[in-house]
Design a protein around this ligand. Structure first.
Ligand code: ZN
Length: 164
């Protein structure tokens, strides 16, 4: 097995920004990195959960909705994955994500937070989510990073992982 791409990234040198995590059979996985891994506190689970509802809602209603395959949080709680079909550059996704974050900052409730529509409907925190969105938007506008630092990872037994 091969080392999966997202484990070949040097997470100690990964700044908040937007990266191409991988490209498979016409699907591009964008890494929307919101906090600096292992250097800043990761997002709180409730804030991340609210971001998932809000960001997925925005992307699935946006001008690119036909090409949105998946929007969901990273298990490490430092960012979101956005999987798209079609040809989108990091710059396209930067522009769209800034629009998305602007919209989130105007919201007064998180969509789909009832027991019928969400698997953990009490685990939400809109104020904290908006704080994270404001900081991420500032970073996308003023301190943008989009190039991964590569790390060569080889497992002792030659096996590999897979996440995104
Ligand atoms: Zn939910």
């Amino acid at each position: 097995m091969e080392v999966i791409q997202s484990f070949t990234i040097d997470h100690t040198r990964l700044k908040p920004g937007i990266y191409v995590s991988r490209v498979d059979r016409g699907f591009t996985t964008f890494d929307l990195r919101i906090t600096e891994p292992n250097a800043e506190p990761a997002m709180a689970p409730a804030a991340m959960h609210s971001l998932e509802h809000l960001m997925a809602t925005w992307y699935r209603n946006s001008e690119v909705k036909e090409d949105v395959v998946y929007v969901g949080p990273m298990g490490c709680l430092t960012g979101m994955y956005l999987i798209m079909t079609g040809n989108y550059s990091v710059e396209d996704i930067r522009r769209l994500t800034i629009e998305c974050l602007k919209w989130i900052l105007t919201q007064t409730e998180v969509p789909a937070t009832t027991p019928e529509t969400c698997g953990n409907y009490l685990l939400h925190d809109l104020p904290k989510c908006k704080q994270e969105c404001a900081r991420y938007m500032d970073r996308l506008e003023n301190d943008f990073h989009c190039e991964y630092s590569k790390l060569q990872v080889t497992l002792a037994d030659g096996k590999t992982f897979a996440d995104a």
